[in-house]
Design a binder for this molecule. Structure first.
Ligand SMILES: Cc1cc2nc3c(=O)[nH]c(=O)nc-3n(C[C@H](O)[C@H](O)[C@H](O)COP(=O)(O)OP(=O)(O)OC[C@H]3O[C@@H](n4cnc5c(N)ncnc54)[C@H](O)[C@@H]3O)c2cc1C
Length: 520
């Protein structure tokens, strides 16, 4: 790894090391450009390394190999049906670029001996025209750590449950770690430099053009990295920055967010704004229910197999089996839902009947009061402070729905997503009763997988000014940008898929642009 403090010159400076950033770095390096990746932490991958590695990249050769009824036009129909404003000026051109380029990107990546993908059966998040049964997401093929070059094996951020406990990663890298590892292998193989522990703080500007970045090292040493072709900002959102969250009305809290601790404070976005970049801060994140942890953190939770989520009045307020972002938005919109209490029973031996990353130790939860336990529902009510009559009525009514197989209040189990994670034996697999004492309640907050608002970019990933012109030399992708999907999370892998496509388009644009005269 380079650790020089003098000025260095490259064709491309990539800020961040998530899935979008490393896609850009790998493709640029493979195209013969000199590349540096700037990462503020000691590890590569950010939230992308925590992820499942699902990539929503429709219409590619991977879906074709799997024999799926997927196509670019099917994906277009699906997005047209679900997006807030698919034909609006902010979305239409990007939508087209995304759909057109996704299969090209997958083909280009799979052209590389170190990059392989496979279909990931995981239902899309809306029942809408164009939806593919069991989804159209793809994921990188897992890889053994000992098959990786040493720098990559050492640098990939471990899965969230290990990373938050300070533990190293596993011997086999799956999901997001496989994505980060494979992209890093390509980038390094093609000569890209990686500067970890370098925080980008400012953009270097000449004649209104971004010509590089200013970074600092942990000991405060300044480093200037010049970019002949362009700077690609793909450095997460601002989920880790309480002041920016408050300024842009993003519900939830830093501690409940899933980004690695201390990362994604939004410095690169702020630097671009100082250079007159336009933004759209949507007050949104990629939301999810967050199991509150004894240390005050939140854990991304999905796939509830039983149990009910109750608000402060002791009432259900949404289908608990909704795709997590839709449940999160319901939580954010419903008064008295933060925090909520998730009431479940002992049928899974006192473990949460859902997938929480990380779940934590039930005994520690009980000791900390983030979970409570009682032999009776009335006891649960007094331990949580919820009104006993309402809590008992909610559970009784839900158990009645479990018997008939129809959730008359919220339609739980009516969609294929609802039953993807469940194995219930009643008439509706998503409706398993709460009737095995002792009972538990776990406190839930609103978590997110990153914020969704940020820099406005065009269909080539160029950062725009308010007047619609692009800032020469400046590109952005990932959660550093305003999501093309608006308020919607179309399906598994939408954050990574869109980040990868626009990072790739940015590199394509850099390759066709003349570059900066001043640093040529
Ligand atoms: C458990 C879990 C599972 C998920 N599963 C999926 C999934 O399967 N598919 C999917 O699409 N999404 C998934 N997500 C969401 C997805 O991981 C994130 O939304 C996405 O990876 C964010 O990518 P990013 O590049 O914007 O940010 P990150 O991946 O967080 O990368 C940003 C990087 O930039 C660095 N950085 C920040 N500021 C600076 C700076 N000033 N200078 C230098 N470096 C900086 C950070 O340290 C970080 O390493 C999941 C999230 C979680 C938590």
């Amino acid at each position: 790894m380079d650790e020089h403090s003098e000025q260095q010159q490259y064709d491309v400076v990539v800020v961040g090391s998530g899935g979008g950033a490393l896609t850009g770095a790998a493709l640029a390096a493979r195209a013969g450009l000199s590349v540096v990746v700037v990462e503020k932490t000691a590890l590569l991958g950010g939230t992308s390394a925590y992820s499942g590695g699902a990539c929503w990249l429709p219409g590619s050769q991977v879906q074709q190999r799997a024999g799926l009824p997927d196509s670019t036009e099917g994906a277009r129909a699906y997005l047209s049906a679900i997006l807030d404003d698919p034909t609006g000026p902010a979305t239409a051109a990007k939508l087209d670029a995304f759909l057109t380029h996704a299969p090209e990107l997958v083909a280009a990546l799979e052209d590389d001996p170190d990059l392989d993908f496979e279909w990931l059966p995981f239902p899309e998040y809306y029942d809408a025209p164009g939806r593919v049964p069991m989804g159209r997401s793809i994921q990188p093929v897992s890889i053994k750590r000992d098959a990786l070059p040493a720098p990559v094996a050492e640098l990939v951020r471990p899965p969230v449950e290990l990373d938050r406990a300070g533990a190293p990663g596993r011997r086999t890298l799956t999901g997001g770690q496989a994505l980060i590892a494979r992209l890093a292998v390509v980038a390094l193989r093609e000569g890209a430099h990686v500067l970890t522990r370098h925080t980008m703080t400012e953009l270097l500007v000449e004649d209104d053009r971004a010509v590089g970045v200013h970074c600092t090292t942990p000991d405060g040493a300044p480093v200037e990295l010049l970019a002949r072709r362009g700077v690609l900002i793909a450095a997460g959102g601002f989920e880790g920055n309480a002041a920016l969250r408050a300024r842009h009305d993003v519900p939830g809290e830093v501690a409940w967010s899933m980004a690695p601790r201390g990362t994604n404070l939004g410095e690169p976005m702020t630097a671009a704004v100082e250079l007159s970049a336009a933004t759209d801060f949507s007050a949104l994140g990629w939301f999810c229910p967050g199991l509150e942890q004894p240390d005050g953190g939140g854990s991304f939770t999905l796939g509830f197999r039983s149990g009910v989520m109750l608000d402060a009045a002791g009432s259900r307020y949404a289908n608990e089996s909704l795709p997590y972002d839709r449940f999160g938005r319901a939580m954010a919109a419903h008064p008295g839902a933060i925090p909520s209490w998730f009431v479940f029973d002992s049928r899974e031996g006192g473990r949460l009947p859902g997938i929480a990353m990380p779940e934590g130790d039930p005994a520690e939860h009980l000791a900390a009061g983030t979970w409570v336990q009682s032999d009776t529902l009335a006891g649960l009510a007094s331990a949580t402070g919820l009104p006993a009559a309402a809590l008992e009525a909610s559970v009784r009514r839900y158990n009645g729905f479990c018997a008939t197989g129809v959730d008359e209040d919220f339609g739980r189990g009516a969609d294929e997503y609802d039953t993807f994670f469940t194995g219930g034996e009643g008439p509706n697999k998503a409706l398993t009763p709460v009737d095995v004492p002792p009972y538990y309640a776990a406190r839930f907050v609103l978590s997110d997988l990153g914020t969704k608002g940020g820099l406005l970019t065009d269909d080539a990933g160029r950062v725009l000014r308010e007047d619609g012109s692009s800032i020469a030399g400046l590109y952005a992708a990932s959660n550093s940008t305003a999501s093309m999907f608006g308020s919607v999370y179309p399906g598994p892998g939408a954050p990574l898929g869109s980040a990868m496509v626009f990072a790739s388009l940015a590199v394509r644009d850099m390759l066709s642009s003349p570059g900066a005269a001043g640093v040529a």
